[in-house]
Design a protein around this ligand. Sequence first.
Ligand SMILES: CCCCC/C=C/C(=O)SCCNC(=O)CCNC(=O)[C@H](O)C(C)(C)COP(=O)(O)OP(=O)(O)OC[C@H]1O[C@@H](n2cnc3c(N)ncnc32)[C@H](O)[C@@H]1OP(=O)(O)O
Length: 397
Amino acid sequence: MTLWPGGPWLGGTSLETTNHWLSPLQVPALGLHVLGPAMLASQKDFNNAVSQVKLLKEDPGNEVKLKLYALYKQATEGPCNVPKPGMLDFINKTKWDAWNALGSLSKEAARQNYVDLVSRLSASSESPSPEAPAADRKQPESDSLVVTSEDGITTIRLNRPAKKNALTTQMYHDIIAALQAASKDESAITVLTGSGDYYCSGNDLTNFTHLPAGGLEEMARSAAALLRDFVNCFIDFPKPLVAVVNGPAVGISVTILGLFDVVYATDRASFHTPFSHLGQSPEGCSSYTFPKIMGSSKAAEMLLFGKKLTAQEACAQGLVTEVFPDGTFQKEVWARLKAYSKLPPNAMRISKQIIRNREKEKLHAVNAEESSVLRERWQSDECMNAIASFLSRKAKL
Ligand SMILES: CCCCC/C=C/C(=O)SCCNC(=O)CCNC(=O)[C@H](O)C(C)(C)COP(=O)(O)OP(=O)(O)OC[C@H]1O[C@@H](n2cnc3c(N)ncnc32)[C@H](O)[C@@H]1OP(=O)(O)O
């Protein structure tokens, strides 16, 4: 079996010929224990991904191949418990190290990560041009999102001030498209900000009122898939990503801040994740990033009890990089960002990559799990009652 013909790797010796790894014929009947509802990749998805790897047009490089190998082994055999190859058996030792580094990651999560990785590789090998100029950018479908590029900065602005920049389903899609375009354009830095007095009031709760033909279950399934795609874009975003938090932030607009590189906030901002009040659970990888950023008990106060933080508190907890007086916020922040955008863009990209790569697999696994749990939550009475309360004007945060 040759995955990348003519592509010798790891010192000129093909790993696959030494071990016949990734061969679909080798996939045993797994009898997997499926966790929760079907958000994690199925065995069929995994088998398809294993086949898809062979169709990749470009060699993804040794590092990625090793990752694929490790995830494949973890997904099919579980944690590495075979003896470590000897010092001089370089290739098998490298493979063993990669597999062993996955620790106790479950077979299901490994399978999901494998499928995600292959899907990202397939998408990037199909993308037509690495540098789409800003002028070619597909404009958002509605004016609720405004994307501009100037002075080396691409700015994605939430523009629904009358609704406190609450995120409609269309806006999630438009943000995904805007981030994908920004990742390939010529700008050095990408910024997310809001228009008006709010940064963002989180998910537009009326999204839950547009029930598709398949009812609540179908609505929850497609919302979970959208959430997962949306958060994946933040995990994978390759350039410095800065949040310019121009006012209060609620829900998902707060949780994804843990995936930004820098967060600047006006002193008028506040940070509120009222998931329990809404019968929901954390997303945006916050179940992982928040405890890491602020410690487990401060994170629990926010994520379980919905404690609202002031900008100063959020800065003290490490969620916000710096707080500015509201009167000078825009002037000071944009002057600083313009200066940063003149730094060598490749150096910034590479530095971000090296930081993010340590966490990427973990973040994707967390995102998959959070989306899966939320899919269930959205079908719960607790959640439905909270949304009905808001919509009937009985409840406000
Ligand atoms: C598919 C992916 C799903 C990802 C999962 C995400 C989860 C979350 O983000 S959970 C957080 C959801 N957000 C909320 O629960 C906030 C709800 N909004 C409020 O509590 C309040 O509106 C407020 C505290 C944000 C602002 O209060 P106030 O200053 O008094 O302003 P108004 O309430 O009068 O708001 C003006 C206008 O905007 C509408 N609106 C505000 N936020 C939302 C929202 N999140 N969803 C839908 N609509 C929202 C509000 O209803 C008002 O509308 P009109 O009455 O028509 O003027």
